[in-house]
Design a binder for this molecule. Structure first.
Ligand code: 1PX
Length: 215
């Protein structure tokens, strides 16, 4: 029953996870945030091995967060808000240059947070695309508008090459396994505001604490 090949992948379920990320008082639950990323990585892996250098980095960062959630101080890592408070109060973050805390929750989550902005932009482009739109162009535009500014030339180059391996829109929609294109578009319309909100809440929190440029 655990055979990966048999499990029908559905992107709706993955994006739904982001719905459950926000608590009533707008805190971001790390377990759900990480679960969302896990699902996205699984989806990306199903697109082919060209993406494995990207998923490797994502998996490393997911694992760092999982480790925080299973360590002695797990309870401080329940939400992004409690994590920021805990790590800042206890001096567990490298604020200006890399040094003692390469795996701080704050810097690790910041990388995923920046990638979430890419996701938001890409999904919005997919949602408003037409039959002849090119996935690789939508993906590259979203990337250049977001994550690219944080990546050195060599990574940008490699990412650009990977984007060319993306399947065309019809296949891409099929792999999402959500149903016909109209349903994909509707699903994206439902999911995007929630992803946006998670992004916004995190962005404001990081901005308030001056954490947006963590090395
Ligand atoms: C329907 C659409 C669903 C698509 C789901 C795809 C999930 C993508 C997951 C991407 C996660 C990327 C995390 C990147 C974090 C990062 O910026 N890391 C860099 C900095 O880390 P450091 O620890 O050194 O400060 C690191 O250098 C990254 C290396 C890997 C390359 C990252 C390229 C990112 C491209 C994102 C677009 C993915 C395209 C997938 C197409 C489906």
């Amino acid at each position: 029953a655990d055979n990966k090949e048999d499990q029908k992948f559905c992107l709706r379920e993955v994006l739904d996870v982001f719905k459950s990320c926000l608590t009533e008082n707008k805190e971001v639950v790390i377990d759900h945030y990480v679960a969302g990323w896990r699902g996205l990585v699984r989806f990306m892996n199903s697109l082919g091995s060209v993406f494995s250098f990207i998923s490797k980095d994502a998996v490393t960062k997911i694992q760092i967060m999982v480790n925080h959630r299973s360590g002695e101080n797990a309870k401080h890592y329940a939400t992004i808000q409690s994590m920021v408070k805990y790590e800042l109060e206890n001096g567990l973050v490298d604020l200006t240059k890399q040094g003692s805390f390469p795996t701080s929750g704050c810097r690790t989550l910041l990388r995923l947070h920046r990638a979430l902005r890419w996701l938001e932009l890409f999904l919005e482009r997919l949602r408003t695309s037409t039959e002849d739109s090119k996935t690789c162009v939508m993906c590259a535009d979203a990337y250049n508008e977001s994550l690219a500014q944080y990546h050195p030339w060599i990574i940008r180059k490699a990412a650009g090459v990977a984007f060319f391996a993306l399947p065309g829109r019809p296949t891409f929609f099929e792999v999402m396994n959500v149903g016909p294109p109209e349903q994909v578009v509707a699903m994206l319309g439902d999911a995007l505001p929630l992803i946006s909100e998670v992004y916004q809440v995190t962005e404001e929190l990081y901005s308030k604490h001056n954490l947006l440029d963590l090395p």
